[in-house]
Ligand binder design. Structure first.
Ligand code: FES
Ligand code: FES
Length: 166
């Protein structure tokens, strides 16, 4: 099968039970995406598939051979960070950094979801683009856990980018 990751095509001869996470890390060599729980509970493995965030540990590679997969390596690099990556650095939004690739992928897609007017559990108004308050950001990012509890700074980083994106 072929996986398209960060715009590059990768021909893979893999077991049909291989997850996207294992394909990325073990077969393609992109280790930015992290394996935390491997059970869909921590969000460390979050990548974007056709622009939407998804837990790659719960997703079979065989289901996505025509899809565009974006990992943290595809959002930016050390010489040219994405706006969300820069904001995480500026706001000290990480400590050990293990959850950070998943946090940044998730936050990047979350802003698009909000711009498209998708409500969350805490949205008071179900119509139109929500105001990304601290509560909204926390709720929308609740699938991404941080063992170091860098949450206040993560929220600050996302709020800064959201302010520019609204
Ligand atoms: S490793 Fe996928 S959600 Fe934890
Ligand atoms: S920065 Fe360590 S797990 Fe989040």
């Amino acid at each position: 099968m072929t996986l398209t990751v960060n715009g590059e095509h990768h021909m893979l001869d893999i077991d049909s039970r291989t997850t996207i996470l294992d394909a990325l890390r073990n077969h393609i060599g992109l280790t930015g995406t992290k394996k935390g729980c491997d059970h869909g509970q921590c969000g460390a493995c979050t990548v974007l598939i056709n622009g939407r965030r998804i837990n790659s540990c719960l997703t079979l590679a065989a289901m996505h051979d025509t899809d565009a997969i974006t990992t943290i390596e595809g959002l930016g690099d050390p010489d040219q960070l994405s706006p969300m990556q820069s904001a995480f650095v500026r706001h000290d939004g990480f400590q050990c950094g293990y959850c950070t690739p998943g946090q940044i992928c998730s936050a990047t897609a979350m802003l698009d979801e909000a711009k498209q007017g998708w409500p969350s559990y805490v949205s008071a108004d179900l119509e139109g683009a929500p105001d990304l308050s601290t509560d909204e950001i926390a709720e929308r990012m609740s699938g991404n856990l941080c063992r170091c509890s860098a949450y206040p700074n993560i929220v600050d980083a996302i709020a800064e980018v959201a302010g520019g994106a609204k």
